[in-house]
Write a protein that binds this ligand. Structure first.
Ligand code: TRP
Length: 461
């Protein structure tokens, strides 16, 4: 076998994995689900999930990938036999589901960018209240935008790991962070900041039902790109010299940082600007696309300059995430069927676009697709249904099996030699002990308990 392509630089993995993790999950989804779930308590559960579940699973996935230098299906098969490769297949299926709606929302960043360019040159005009609804209900436009996004994703995957994925994320991520920090600093001058911090960090657990807890856990998986083998795949391109625990901790930290920043930015404007709070309640889904332009053009110094740059960066953040989703599918075709990368990319993107078509038309364009409901009120339509299915069910279930596999099935020597967390005197470092405890007990039990609570609660309500 030819040696596997590796990341080209020392921080190649961290940058690409952060690129995968930071995306619409942080900038679009987290602010709006936190809003729906009344802030505080939801944020606490989310942060606990990130540390107790997300961090150890991140380590576990990277380890599986780096050890085998394979994508999820063959990796799990090598380490655990045919039965365990099913978890890899579930991941690939989840990849199709997520990619199939993610590209649609990612497409909205393209129009936001174009609108911002227009506003920056000829002045900001606040859009009418129903503008966003009309926009997402425009079927042909949604199809076109998601198609453009899928094509962009495929083009980068086509170029490979080092020249495509790594090169593009290495430039984009630092700029995204810089703009984000600038925005946070700027909104901290606005009067709404006090209410924002109260909303985010003052928990009221009575307001959070079990579904909300599952949503918080599910979102921890989603935002960290866990539970479907994306990190197994990226880990398979990781050099043997890198430290898995340090890389995982870094990615987890940066991702959480961005999510909290996104909330601070968005909520402060909502609490500061009269009228915005009311218009938000109609379409929280549009928060990133309605509230933020308003903020940038009305309150922020140099906002008109920053706005177009910001949306192009959101687009790229989304792109570095879709890349990792498609890469899981493509790597499977390459590793399992020996397909050349180009052919695998084309086939994978083509198949995923079919799911995108259904999602793109489910926002008002086609009533049947838009009203289709499995998970009840608020989650009507193919797009919301797929999002709910993947994030709240498929990823936690995939992640659960990863914890069982690494915690209970995988040879302990493999874990020890990959993580290399021993002191010079041969004893284990605290990080290792924590990891071991979380992956064997805390993480699987928490996931299982919450899933059961939701199923059980539903049956008897
Ligand atoms: N983490 C990304 C986000 O927050 C989405 C994503 C990319 C993802 N790759 C993934 C989610 C793999 C789950 C699994 O936007």
């Amino acid at each position: 076998m030819a040696t596997r392509e590796n990341w080209g630089t020392k921080i190649g993995f961290i940058i690409a994995a952060t690129g995968s993790a930071v995306g619409l999950g942080n900038l679009w989804k987290f602010p709006y689900i936190t809003w729906h779930n009344n802030g505080g308590a939801f944020v606490i559960i989310y942060l606990i999930s990130v540390v107790l579940i997300g961090w150890p699973i991140m380590m576990a996935e990277i380890m599986i990938g780096r050890k085998t230098q394979e994508s999820p299906v063959p990796a799990l098969e090598i380490l655990g036999g045919k039965k365990w490769s099913i978890v890899g297949w579930l991941g690939v299926l989840t990849g199709f589901v997520i990619l199939g709606y993610y590209t649609v929302i990612a497409g909205w960043t393209i129009t936001s960018f174009i609108s911002c360019i227009k506003w920056s040159f000829s002045g900001y005009v606040s859009p009418s209240d129903d503008a966003f609804g009309k926009f997402i209900g425009n079927g042909p436009l949604q199809l076109l935008l998601s198609f453009l996004f899928m094509t962009a994703t495929a083009l980068i995957i086509w170029k490979g790991v080092k020249n495509g994925i790594e090169k593009s994320t290495r430039i984009l991520m630092p700029v995204l962070f810089a703009i984000l920090i600038y925005l946070v600093v700027m909104v901290l001058f606005l009067p709404g900041r006090t209410e924002t911090f109260k909303f985010l960090f003052n928990p009221n657990f009575a307001e959070l039902p079990w579904e909300g807890v599952l949503e918080a856990i599910g979102h921890a998986f989603f935002t960290l790109s866990l539970g479907m083998g994306a990190m197994i795949t990226y880990g398979s391109y990781m050099n043997k010299q890198e430290s898995i625990s340090r890389s995982a901790s870094m990615v987890v930290f940066l991702d959480t940082f961005v999510a909290i920043c996104a909330c601070i930015i968005m909520y402060t404007i909502i609490f500061s600007a009269p009228g915005v709070k009311e218009s938000i309640s109609g379409s929280t889904v549009g928060m990133l696309f309605i509230t933020l332009p308003h903020l940038l053009y009305t309150y922020i110094p140099f906002g008109a300059t920053i706005a177009p740059i910001f949306y192009i960066l959101v687009a790229f953040a989304a792109l570095s995430s879709t890349i990792s989703l498609l890469e899981v599918i493509v790597a499977l075709l390459i590793d399992k069927l020996n397909m050349p990368r180009h052919k695998a990319t084309f086939l994978g993107a083509f198949a995923a676009y079919f799911v995108s078509i259904l999602s793109a038309l489910s926002l008002g364009a086609v009533p049947f697709l838009s009203n289709w409901s499995v998970f009840g009120p608020g989650k009507e339509g193919i797009l919301s249904t797929l999002d709910h299915l993947a994030a709240n069910w498929m990823l936690p279930i995939g992640g659960f099996f990863i914890t069982i596999f690494v915690g209970w099935r995988l040879d302990k020597n493999i874990t020890e030699s990959e993580l290399r967390l021993t002191n010079p005197d041969g004893t284990f470092k605290l990080t290792y002990k924590l990891f071991r405890f979380f992956i064997r007990f805390t993480a699987p039990l928490a996931i299982l308990a919450v899933i059961l609570a939701v199923i059980f609660g539903k049956d008897f309500s």
